[in-house]
Design a binder for this molecule. Structure first.
Ligand code: ADP
Length: 391
């Protein structure tokens, strides 16, 4: 009986021991599984963090992360470069790190109001250009509904603002330029229809109306040319052109106009000089420059067109002996609607767009254009055209 009990007890112990071993093995498997899962999870987390950090660092927008006390925790690469922040910014308040009151105000409002904010800030560095930023900010909530910190995103909209301003000025200028001849035409038309005028007066009024209608047409033509050139839709058909011949064609066309002021036009371009250019566009450039030289040159004066070749470009110049252009206006005359003497330009039927068109065409050829004082006493407009085009 005792034996039987001993055998039973031993068997029971064996079973318990074996079960224990199995349990230990199972526990080990379970723990190693948990360890593996943990490691995988951490790896995934690290990869996730690394990729979001890569996204944040490569963002074009500046990103600033603040802690619950409004102190800088993190600034991405764009933020550091936009606002010249270095590592010393970390741990400082926005005001200490950036010294921009407008940003400080946004931070304060973000913490107080707890909602997503959108604001625009404008700032000028000493002697620098105006810089504009669109700022979006949000408070990072914690579990209790309080603030764990805030995130601010800065989007540089300076270029956009500049474009918007240029567009607004352009529209205002165009409207003004259109309105002037239109109101003159309307005024004379009203006089003709409401008042008795003799034949001589009618003739005079009609010719004034015609002149201003011509000005309107010229303005619309120039606007269409500028818009075509700026949108890049106007293709340059560049082929070798004989420069002397192109200049002569323009001189012949403007001869009559020059003769009214007794201006002598001299084509000093050597024969046989072939330059790669779009013949029609080059003719337009020369027409604008020679026409200006006649318009703004002096009576009984001289306009001379010359050209010379260097290794890689041709230099063409249009010289006159008029009043010339003051130094401070020499770069600005190539801007749309800029005139040195507004009244004189309008009087001559000018649109204020001629030199801007010249600049666009020359640049589309890969060349440069500028104006300087001429040895003849007036203005010397110079342009270069490359002899070998890259495209
Ligand atoms: P506009 O239609 O007024 O002539 P442009 O763009 O051709 O417009 O020229 C811009 C301004 O540059 C002119 O209004 C004029 O004040 C000045 N300008 C151009 N060419 C000459 C020149 N040869 N001599 C003096 N001033 C000139």
């Amino acid at each position: 009986m005792l034996w039987l009990s001993l055998i039973f007890l031993t068997a029971a112990l064996l079973v318990i021991w074996r079960q224990g071993k199995r349990l230990a093995a199972l526990r080990e498997t379970h723990e190693s599984l948990v360890r593996r899962l943990k490691a995988e999870h951490q790896m995934e987390l690290a990869q996730g963090l690394a990729s979001s950090d890569a996204v944040i660092q490569s963002m074009e927008e500046g990103l600033l992360q603040l802690d619950a006390n409004g102190r800088v925790m993190h600034a991405n690469a764009a933020m550091r470069s936009l606002f010249k922040l270095d590592d010393s910014a970390k741990g400082r308040t926005v005001m200490e790190a950036m010294r921009i009151h407008q940003v400080q105000d946004i931070v304060q409002r973000t913490f107080q109001e707890g909602r997503v904010l959108e604001a625009e800030i404008e700032m000028t560095e000493l002697g620098g250009p105006v810089r504009c930023f669109q700022v979006n900010s949000a408070r990072i909530p914690d579990a209790t509904g309080g603030g764990r910190g805030a995130v601010l995103v800065f989007h540089d909209i300076s270029r956009l603002k500049l474009l918007e301003q240029t567009r607004r000025e352009f529209v205002a200028n165009v409207s003004h330029e259109l309105r002037t001849p239109l109101s003159i035409i309307k005024g004379y038309a009203e006089t003709l229809t409401t008042m008795p005028v003799d034949a001589a007066m009618t003739q005079k009024f009609a010719s004034i109306m015609e002149r201003h209608a011509d000005r309107l047409t010229a303005l619309v033509d120039d606007l269409l040319t500028i818009s075509g050139l700026e949108s890049g839709q106007m293709r340059m058909n560049v082929l070798p052109v004989e420069l002397h011949k192109v200049v002569q064609r323009v001189v012949d066309e403007l001869e009559e106009k020059a003769s009214f002021k007794d201006v002598e036009l001299v084509n000093d371009v050597p024969g046989g000089m072939a330059v790669p250019a779009d013949s029609g566009r080059l003719q337009q450039v020369l027409t604008n420059l020679i026409d200006n030289a006649i318009k703004y040159g002096r009576e009984h004066g001289r306009v001379m067109i010359a050209a010379s070749l260097s290794d890689d470009e041709v230099l063409i110049s249009v010289n006159d002996d008029g009043a010339g252009i003051p130094k401070e206006a020499r770069e600005r005359v190539f801007e749309r609607f800029y005139r040195v003497d507004k009244a004189r330009s309008r009087d001559q039927g000018g649109t204020g767009l001629g030199l801007s068109i010249v600049k666009h065409i020359v640049q589309a050829h890969g060349g440069r254009v500028w104006v300087e004082a001429s040895e003849m006493g007036g203005a010397r407009f110079c342009l270069t055209l490359p002899l070998k085009r890259n495209c």
